[in-house]
Write a new protein. Structure first.
Length: 456
């Protein structure tokens, strides 16, 4: 910097210093205003957008690919080009060199001008780095191909460079504006198409649902408990003698897990550990994926939540979860498979009558399966009180189509509740309606008869 230029800079500095704003209160006021606006923005994003919940970490899931937040996606994508032993080069060396290049830019770029329109080296370096970050981020977040990414990177760098550095001879006036507009439209178009393709692919993938409320966890937990636990512990956690469970000797007695002795003395963590690790000395296998079971940490959490809020009378059940899992029938109401029967079978039957169990191929997870599944079909006939299902749940043994005995259900000698049997009987009497609407059309409203007042 020569003396004449230094003199101009100092003169301009003194002029700006005289008419500059005060740190207090002017600058502080602006900082507070911007900070408050950002705070309101964050509150709005947290309230109306939020964070998509993910299942609890499952150490046995080898298919899960961890992904960082969006502001680190460029580095995440960059590491793809430095596999194995070279990972440290892409993770630390090259990013470190680029950061140092920006930090020491004032030391090796001796350009005396401050305005970006006269600093070709600084603008060019920053354009290259920013375009690289933008391109890698979009490559990680979209299904963009390498060729499209290169084109996008060139567009970003050129757009940034030509916008900041205005001393390009052949880009002046209307030509300059036209070129910038064309590059901007092309950039937006490429990014838009890439995101549209990514969104289309994401919509085809199965999304893992994560329960966020107590009511939802209780519902999912009850379904899991019905499948995984009812065989040994009973639908209400009452325990008792085990009969016909693979891997456990008949006659083994299981204590109640719904009693106060159990629920009052075990916290959620200990219940989680018992379900996850099992109790091998007592014949209970592990259910957690970490120990060879089939349940994820989130699924075990749902079972524990169901147990706590169903059997622990100290736990305050949320209003939205307070309704009975199996709705009680009103006077004159016709039960439907959709509302009543499916709820009973989930609670009482699915632990045995599902895929992978010895049940004569009688699967009770669908309407058609209950009616016509297995080797002894038909199991239920509309209006027939001697249907196989109705007789077995009322303690009657029958001879099946293959000559084998159809035992009483459930086989453990603990009959299902009378109100559940009543649901099945009234359902068969009404013609076995499948949906709630079908049942409602058959229901009769009972009108109470007013008592006559005796005449004087």
């Amino acid at each position: 910097m020569n003396d004449e230029h230094k003199k101009k800079v100092n003169q301009k500095y003194e002029e700006q210093l005289q008419k500059g704003e005060r740190f207090w209160p002017d600058a502080i006021y602006k900082d507070l205003l911007v900070s408050f606006a950002l705070f309101i923005l964050l509150i709005g994003l947290a309230t109306f957008v939020g964070v998509h919940p993910e299942p609890k970490v499952d150490p046995t899931d080898a298919t899960y690919v961890p992904r960082p937040e969006w502001y680190f996606l460029f580095l995440f994508e960059f590491l793809k080009y430095f596999p194995g032993e070279l990972e440290w080069v892409g993770a630390a060396v090259i990013p470190g060199v680029l950061v140092m290049a920006l930090m020491f830019l004032p030391l090796y770029d001796k350009n005396p001008f401050r305005h970006n329109s006269k600093r070709i080296f600084a603008v060019g370096l920053m354009s290259a780095i920013v375009s690289g970050i933008v391109t890698l981020t979009l490559m990680a977040a979209t299904t963009m191909s390498n060729l499209v990414a290169v084109i996008l990177g060139v567009l970003v760098a050129a757009l940034m460079f030509f916008s900041l550095y205005k001393e390009v001879p052949f880009l002046q006036g209307a030509v300059r504006k036209a070129v910038l507009w064309v590059m901007t439209i092309a950039l937006v178009g490429i990014v838009g198409v890439s995101y549209q393709q990514t969104a289309a692919m994401a919509s085809d993938e199965e999304e893992v649902h994560v329960a966020s409320s107590i009511a939802e966890k209780m519902t999912l937990g009850q379904d899991l408990y019905s499948i995984q636990c009812v065989e040994c512990h009973g639908p209400d956690g009452e325990g008792g003698e085990i009969v016909g469970v693979t891997g456990i000797e008949d006659g083994t007695f299981v204590k109640s897990i719904s009693s106060k002795d159990e629920m009052y003395t075990r916290n959620d963590g200990s219940l989680f550990d018992i379900v996850s690790y099992g109790q091998p000395n007592l014949g209970m296998p592990p259910y957690g994926g970490s120990y060879g079971g089939s349940l994820s940490p989130s699924e075990i959490e749902y079972i524990v939540t169901f147990m706590r809020y169903t059997w622990d009378d100290r736990a305050e059940v949320p209003a939205e979860a307070a309704g009975a899992a199996i709705p009680a029938l009103a006077e004159g109401e016709v039960p439907s498979y959709e509302v009543h029967v499916s709820a009973v079978t989930k609670r009482q039957c699915l632990s045995c009558h599902r895929e992978g169990k010895e049940n004569n191929d009688y699967l009770m997870d669908t309407y058609a399966g209950i009616l016509d599944g297995g080797i002894n079909a038909p199991n239920v006939v509309a209006g027939d009180m001697n249907s196989i299902l109705l007789q077995t749940i009322q303690g009657v043994e029958l001879s099946g189509n293959d000559g084998e005995i159809i035992h009483v259900m459930p086989p453990n000698g603990k009959p299902i509740k009378d109100e559940y049997i009543d649901i099945f009987i009234r359902w068969v009497e009404a013609g076995m309606p499948e949906t709630a609407d079908d049942a409602a059309a058959l229901s009769t409203e009972v009108v109470p008869v007013a008592e006559e007042t005796p005449s004087e």
